[in-house]
Design a binder for this molecule. Sequence first.
Ligand code: IPM
Ligand code: MG
Length: 420
Amino acid sequence: MSNVMKVKERKDRYKVTYMAGDDSGFDMMEGALLVLESLDLPIDWVRADLGWCMWEKSNKKFGEGDPRCNTVPPETIQSIKDTDATLMAAITSKSGVKGFKSAILQMRQIFDLYINIRPAKKLPGVGTPLANDPNIDIVMFRENTEDLYAAVEFHPLPEEMFDLHKGMDRFRGRDVAVSWRVFSKDGCERIVRAAFEYAKETGRKTVHCGNKANVIRETDGMMKRVFLEVAKEYEQYGIKAVEENADATAMWLIKNPQDYSVIVASNVFGDILSDEASQLTGGLGFAPSGNIGENAAIFEPSSGSVPKYAHQYRVNPSAMVMTAKMMLEYLGLDEAAAKIEKALGEVLVESKSGTLTYDVLRDFRGDPNWEKNAASTIEMASAIAAKIDPAFSGAKLEAAKAKVHKMCAWDADSLIGFMD
Ligand code: IPM
Ligand code: MG
């Protein structure tokens, strides 16, 4: 099996798409790009845009209700195809907007990004809400394309569907909504294999599979069977497979997080369990993630776009910075990736004034004046960059700041997409 967790072709220089998303997404992308500037990477950046901002742009251009209106413009899809990897910041979703479809959900389907890898690792200087400071280093493999996310839904339910299964008898004559939970065997197999391969590659010794095969017999039953089958191939590497109920996983993650290393789960359970795991390791402000398939990889933090702070540079750049680190590993730039994590850890541990964003001061330093003492996204990013390269200061730093600020311009004229 080719290693899907790595770029297909190693190159001397890479082309990487960056997409700042919406609102505070621009701020976090600017911060992350500043940190990357300090590394002098062999990367040529290509801008693309997506999210609510493109939904608005397309509505303005084509008129409301036009089928061409979308959160993802064709130029963005093309750019993801044309480049070696994609770095994406947070986007804004709004419910109840007719025709609106989440940009990230679309891209997971378009590019068949079946792996959602979500590490939850405690960084130095970041607390956990758990007692006794357990060592937490978990990597979640969430299936990313099937399950209730297949988007096969009915409301109202067509009459003939009441005849499909006798279990529907009691719903006859009632107002019923149905969402299909679709699992495919190859879909289960490829995510399970990705998790075991990762464990093998990284020397991790257990893989847990959280499922509800005890109740949801067909879908989760399939996931469980495939998991146990594939697990046999990995026994020879000393990898232990543990299959358990997903609700138990949720409970044991709080009680004994140190017992977990790699977790594989279906889409919905993985969505929930990954947020839980991230909360054990500092919360979404620190949680990176990657959406990976055979032909594309989009790295995006798990956090939201915090619209209330848009363009105020208040959000923590850490999740975005750690997401960039994951992307560098994907590209085989491991040394640079390691420098990023080390530098971030040092900034967090040193906890110098003017280097930490409000959330860190409020949630992990107990600073009653967190609002007043907060560093900006760019100040925290500059501190991380200076740890990577102590010469990254003065005129050099200012030039880099100006460059990334321009790269992340958010005015309507700077947005790329729906050009013709
Ligand atoms: C995530 C998010 C998305 C999901 C939303 C924003 C569509 O919660 O990436 O975990 O449900 O997958
Ligand atoms: Mg989620």
